[in-house]
Ligand binder design. Structure first.
Ligand SMILES: [Zn+2]
Length: 161
């Protein structure tokens, strides 16, 4: 599986930097609405089991909190990487996570977006997402803008960056 590397979020938030790391043993209560499956875009993707209303939070990017420097080192090592930046100093690495949100693929016209609050990364529906639909995110700006995009949309930019 070739997964795109990283999402760089714009955030001035310093919330959470001094908080103890939270390792969530169990997924969010809402996570049973999400599942993984074979993606037409790339490898395994994240799908919704139910219809999700527009503009509503539906999940969290759950993983290990690491420094941005460590995140860059892990991206450079390659392999299946799923990392989101929290801010300039911290990132969340969900590469080892079994949470469906760790498998959200990039698309040039996504149906979801992220928001950072209290040092956590939350997913929101950009529009109504139908049951069975793959959940996608625009990874821009990505740490691998040169990677080709397989979203297949007419509006596809061809690259992740
Ligand atoms: Zn695309």
């Amino acid at each position: 599986m070739n997964r795109p590397a990283s999402v760089r979020h714009q955030s001035n938030s310093t919330n959470g930097e001094n908080q103890p790391r939270k390792n969530r043993a169990s997924p969010l209560p809402g996570d049973d609405r999400l599942t993984t499956g074979r993606s037409a875009i790339d490898g395994t993707g994240c799908f919704s089991r139910v219809s999700l209303p527009a503009r509503k939070k539906f999940g969290e990017f759950i993983g290990e909190k690491i420094s941005a420097r460590e995140a860059r080192a892990r991206v450079a090592r390659g392999g299946r990487i799923s990392i989101c930046d929290l801010d300039r100093r911290w990132s969340i690495d969900a590469s080892a996570s079994e949470s469906p949100t760790a498998f959200i693929n990039h698309a040039c016209r996504p149906n979801a977006y992220t928001r950072i609050a209290q040092g956590r990364i939350w997913f929101y529906a950009l529009r109504r997402i139908e049951a069975g639909e793959e959940i996608t995110l625009d990874y821009r700006p990505s740490q691998h803008p040169e990677r080709s995009c397989g979203c297949g949309l007419r509006q596809c930019r061809g690259l992740m960056g």
